[in-house]
Design a protein around this ligand. Structure first.
Ligand SMILES: [Zn+2]
Length: 197
């Protein structure tokens, strides 16, 4: 399994880095965590023989601006975008004219899903305290690292709520705590880090 931190900034891109995006390459899939401007780097890193899943924690612009390059991709298996509850209509309104070309015009089939998901690995969600509805994800699958009983990855996100931030990482082998202050008007200079649990 490989993890790439493609963007860890909040709010806007600076010389310190792009806005939030991480790529987790497992044995069977590409898992993208948020699609800020760091998503512009994902094109060269994807394994195009495997499915692509994009999980979006919430719909603030610094987490979705990278989606404007979806039309660059030509992926036969399509791209699945996974959201928290009740976010699909809002995202669809961003991924259509005048903001973007119609999804139906893209070379790659883009599908958008809310929970419950039907995926080949387990995903748990937890609502996070934020200015808008936001979701933390915990992924688990024995296929992430062959030969192990399982690997759980948590993607938490910018939230000021300590309770919700702590609930998922405690029970994960790996947490990806990226930008906790993003959209509330601060630039987060904290680099992404990995924590062994
Ligand atoms: Zn935000």
């Amino acid at each position: 399994m490989e993890i790439f931190f493609l963007g860890t900034n909040g709010w806007y891109e600076t010389s310190m880095g792009s806005t939030t995006c991480s790529l987790v390459k497992t044995v069977n899939e590409n898992i993208v965590l948020d699609a800020g401007s760091g998503f512009y780097r994902v094109e060269k890193l994807l394994d195009y023989s495997k499915p692509v899943y994009i999980f979006l924690s919430h719909l603030h612009i610094d987490h979705i601006e990278g989606l404007q390059i979806l039309r660059k991709f030509d992926i036969a298996s399509g791209i699945k975008i996974l959201l928290g509850p009740d976010m699909k209509k809002e995202l669809e309104s961003f991924l259509r004219p005048p903001f973007a070309p119609p999804l139906s015009s893209l070379k790659t089939k883009i599908e958008i899903f809310e929970p419950p998901y039907d995926l080949p690995f387990n995903v748990e969600t937890l609502p996070l305290a934020h200015a808008v509805p936001a979701t933390a994800f915990r992924f688990s699958s024995s296929s992430f690292i062959p030969g192990t009983r399982g690997m759980r990855i948590t993607r938490e996100d910018d939230t000021s709520d300590e309770t919700s931030r702590r609930m998922l990482p405690k029970t994960s082998e790996l947490s990806i705590p990226v930008q906790r202050l993003c959209c509330s008007g601060f630039i987060c200079l904290t680099s992404a880090s990995m924590q062994s649990m």
